[in-house]
Design a protein around this ligand. Structure first.
Ligand code: FES
Length: 326
């Protein structure tokens, strides 16, 4: 067995984190692999809030964020699952090449998709690889004696962690493999929930938008809705929008498929940045007016709800125009 060399130095996004050893690699589907990481000397790992993610440095310099699938309570290992994205930047392919005995740098777990402490029930909705953070929520809810239910949408043969979810949730798991059955189940469950239920959605952006819009139409308040976008590799190109840079007196168009960070750099504005994937926090910008479409994994739910800052490498705008303190 060949053990891949640890990168020479940790990327700033994982600096101050941990150096862990791959202890197990197991395929979930043809394109999803689960990777278990542990401290090489067997020490316990830092606990984490359910729904947290790790930033992992793969290969040489690249970093990516992956959701942890455990409950987060007193872990001796971390498990993440990685979808292979053939046309991506290469991160998922490098992760799929990891084997037991390899060492990687990882950040400390970071929470951006935490369960609501006041929830009396957690309704979890996931598509594809989006099951990973909601599995963490379901495990933590079971540990804490709170109920949860999961609607999991996946193409036949392409579901990840299905056996674990069946064992964990029993009849509280609904599996859907077509759009019509999903819509029926979603409507039923959104309609039947009590006021203490919180909804958590993870999957592709159009899927999440559709679920959240449906919940709002049925009267769910925003405070009970939670969602987590995937990393930048899986983000769609988004809608065009305008930015008004108040201090510079500049007004710029951000076209579809071009990031706000790229647009600012093209206009001669220098913005500190490191990962360009919404995970390191370097490219934060103050927002004066307008509602950003937060697509990063750095800001907390609370910070996202305040809408006073945004990560310009991945986030866009819900409004036609944003006003920035730049
Ligand atoms: S550059 Fe890392 S979050 Fe934007």
């Amino acid at each position: 067995m060949t053990v891949a060399a640890l990168p020479i130095s940790p990327h700033p996004a994982v600096d101050g984190g941990l150096q862990l050893e791959v202890t197990n690699v197991s395929p979930q589907t043809d394109s999803i692999v689960s990777i278990t990481l542990a401290d090489p000397s067997g020490r316990k790992l830092p606990s984490y809030v359910p729904g947290s993610h790790l930033v992992v440095q793969y290969g040489g310099e690249g970093v990516n964020a992956y959701s942890l699938t455990g409950s987060g309570n007193d872990p001796s290992e971390y498990t993440i699952s990685v979808l292979r994205v053939e046309e991506g930047a290469g991160g998922s392919m490098a992760m799929h090449r990891l084997t037991a005995g390899d060492h990687v740098y990882v950040s400390r777990p970071r929470s951006a998709f935490a369960p609501a402490s006041t929830a009396t029930h957690h309704l979890l909705v996931a598509a594809g690889i989006g099951i990973t953070p909601v599995l963490s929520h379901a495990r933590a809810a079971a540990d804490h004696g709170t109920t949860s239910s999961l609607i999991y949408v996946y193409r036949p043969g392409a579901g990840a962690h299905v056996d674990e979810a069946r064992e964990l949730l029993g009849p509280a798991l609904t599996e859907c493999s077509n759009r019509d059955s999903f819509q029926t189940v979603l409507t039923e469950q959104l309609t039947a929930q009590g006021v203490g239920t919180h909804l958590y959605v993870c999957g592709p952006i159009p899927f999440m938008d559709a679920v959240l819009d449906h919940a709002r139409e049925l009267g769910w308040p925003s405070a009970r809705l939670h969602s987590e976008a995937f990393g930048a590799a899986e983000l769609d190109e988004g809608e065009p929008f305008m930015v008004n840079l108040v201090r510079s007196g500049l007004r710029l168009e951000v076209p579809a498929g071009v990031s706000l960070l790229d647009t600012l750099e093209k206009a001669g504005k220098s913005v500190p940045n490191m990962c360009r994937k919404g995970i390191c926090g370097e490219c934060v910008l103050p927002v004066l007016r307008g509602v950003p479409q937060h697509r990063d994994l750095y800001l907390t739910d609370q910070e996202k709800a305040e809408n006073t800052t945004m990560m310009c490498c991945v986030s866009r705008s819900e409004d036609p125009e944003l006003e920035l303190d730049l």
